[in-house]
Design a protein around this ligand. Structure first.
Ligand code: FMN
Ligand code: SF4
Length: 482
């Protein structure tokens, strides 16, 4: 393991502990540097967003700063909705040191001139909510906020809540249905009807009264910021690679002896991450593949020495995502995994884009038949066919995830798929692919309740067959509780 920059080795009890560990200096430096100086620092450090896409943080902040409204200040939203299966790192960071995240968010607010920071968590994250609320009281009392309002929003459990435009919908009091326009173009304070956001006028010098953009960043991204400001870009780049500087907080679950979260220098081989956190597989088994969340093609065991960086994981045909590594061993039926992922994504799809929901459901149903060895060649052909159409017109990345993950399993484990289709193997147990609800005593507790969630997002009752976006008449509502 490496120098702990983002994930405190043990939970900090108070803001005093954070200050004693060197905290607070990032915010001091930021207020001296001013907006452009802060952005230059973050850009020079090469920080990339840890929410999954690895987008350059400095570039995002600069874009927001260049498109400000002359009338209404922008908002910074901290994406703490963590719902990617296999990922627990944001909650681990918030449990250990919420002060560092608040410090990073206040630096971001200073950089873009925001007068409000909203921390968006799930209502079910009771431990983290309590920790964040206590921390807010402490930083307010310490005079850190300097006129910037700090608020908390408790959102729903749906996976899409973490998608950044859906997050803004929830912050505005609506359902987590992704928008067409990105947050730098249409922020929390929507003007007009959200169905026409594609035509939204961008704020900026030419449109002084247009609505302000919103800056959305992931918890871990913001936890990296205080160190960059306090120690400088060169210090930040002393770990990691030129394209992926710094450290990354990894979650390891699945078929390993232990489950856990730990911070590594970018560039550490994936095998080492899995060994150090997971302690190896069960006796007699060996790793056959690793899946990073439900967002990227699987990485086969032959590529287990791939360095954990954005570029190396991509070159290996996979992707880093939010570094939530789910490990599969010899004893795993990968067809059941394909079905588990497909079912999860088909259920979580909101249905604003018809192929994502309809083709997604069909893929999940056919894979379920294949898993039970009750399918034939037609079912497999149907899966392959729908995998090409599922992404048509997709408004957000969820549909692409469906395609990427399932296609990779069909390709890498074609023998297992063929054996199920031929009826030559027994029906495989269902594989639960669902968010982690807690990490206790070295084991991840998965959301078993997801089995009862229907594709129309009702829980427990029969599926109406309608898409959530058609069934839920809640595009508008009262603002979420702050
Ligand atoms: C279906 C879906 C779910 C997502 N869930 C999360 C999430 O739980 N947390 C998160 O930070 N980003 C999530 N993202 C990524 C966000 O849309 C966005 O890229 C991120 O908040 C940007 O912050 P960053 O630049 O700091 O990474 C999700 C994206 C998609 C498509
Ligand atoms: S791609 Fe799927 S999840 Fe994303 S907005 Fe469209 S229907 Fe909803």
């Amino acid at each position: 393991m490496t120098e702990q920059r983002v994930l405190a080795p043990s939970p900090l009890a108070s803001l005093g502990d954070h200050l004693a560990a060197g905290g607070g200096r990032g915010l001091d430096a930021a207020r001296k540097l001013g907006p452009l100086g802060i952005i230059d620092h973050v850009e020079a450090a090469g920080l990339r967003g840890r929410g999954g896409a690895g987008f350059p943080t400095g570039r995002k902040w600069r874009t927001v700063g260049e498109n400000l409204s002359a009338v209404v200040p922008p908002t910074v939203v901290v994406n703490a909705a963590e719902g990617e299966p296999g990922t627990f790192k944001d909650r681990a960071i918030l449990r250990a040191n919420p002060y560092q995240v608040l410090e990073g968010a206040l630096v971001a607010a200073t950089a873009v001139g925001a007068d409000r920071v909203v921390l968006a968590l799930k209502a079910s994250f009771t431990t983290e909510l309590a920790r964040v609320r206590d921390a807010i009281l402490e930083v307010r009392a310490a005079g850190w906020t300097d006129g910037i309002d700090l608020a908390v929003v408790e959102g729903p459990s749906h996976y899409l809540y973490g998608e950044e435009t859906a997050l803004l919908e929830v912050v505005a009091g609506r359902q987590p249905f992704p928008r067409i326009a990105p947050p730098f173009r249409q922020g929390v304070d929507v003007v007009g009807d959200i169905s026409t956001v594609a035509e939204v006028t961008m704020a900026g010098p030419a449109n002084p009264t247009a609505a302000p953009p919103t800056l959305v960043n992931n918890v871990e991204t913001l936890a990296n910021v205080p160190g960059i400001l306090a120690e400088g870009p060169d210090w930040y780049r002393s770990l990691g690679t030129p394209e992926s500087p710094g450290t990354i907080v990894c979650t390891v679950t699945g078929r390993t002896r232990r489950h856990g979260v730990a911070e590594f220098a970018m560039g550490t081989p994936l095998r080492q991450v899995i060994e150090e956190v997971g302690g190896g597989t069960d006796p007699g088994e060996r790793v056959v593949a690793v899946m990073s969340g439900v967002a990227n093609p699987l990485l086969p065991a032959s590529l287990l020495d791939t360095p954990v960086t954005y570029e190396a994981m991509q070159d290996a045909g996979s992707g880093l995502g939010s570094a939530g590594f789910i490990v599969f061993d010899d004893a795993t039926d990968l067809v059941a995994v394909a079905h588990g992922v497909s079912r999860f994504l088909a259920v979580e799809s909101c249905g604003q884009c018809t192929p994502c929901k309809q083709d997604g459901r069909t893929i999940a149903e056919r894979l379920d038949r294949i898993r039970q060895s009750e399918a034939d060649e037609h079912d497999l052909a149907e899966v392959e066919d729908r995998l090409t159409s599922v992404i048509v017109g997709a408004r957000c990345y969820l549909a692409n995830q469906h395609q990427l993950v399932v296609e990779s399993i069909l390709r890498l484990f074609a023998d297992q798929v063929a054996a199920h289709v031929a009826g030559g193997v027994a029906s495989a147990e269902v594989e639960l692919i669902a968010p982690i609800v807690d990490l206790r005593d070295g084991r991840a507790v998965l959301d078993e309740g997801h089995f009862d969630k229907q594709a129309d997002w009702n829980v427990g009752e029969a599926d109406s067959g309608q898409a959530p976006a058609d069934r839920m008449d809640q595009r508008r509502g009262d603002p979420a509780e702050a």
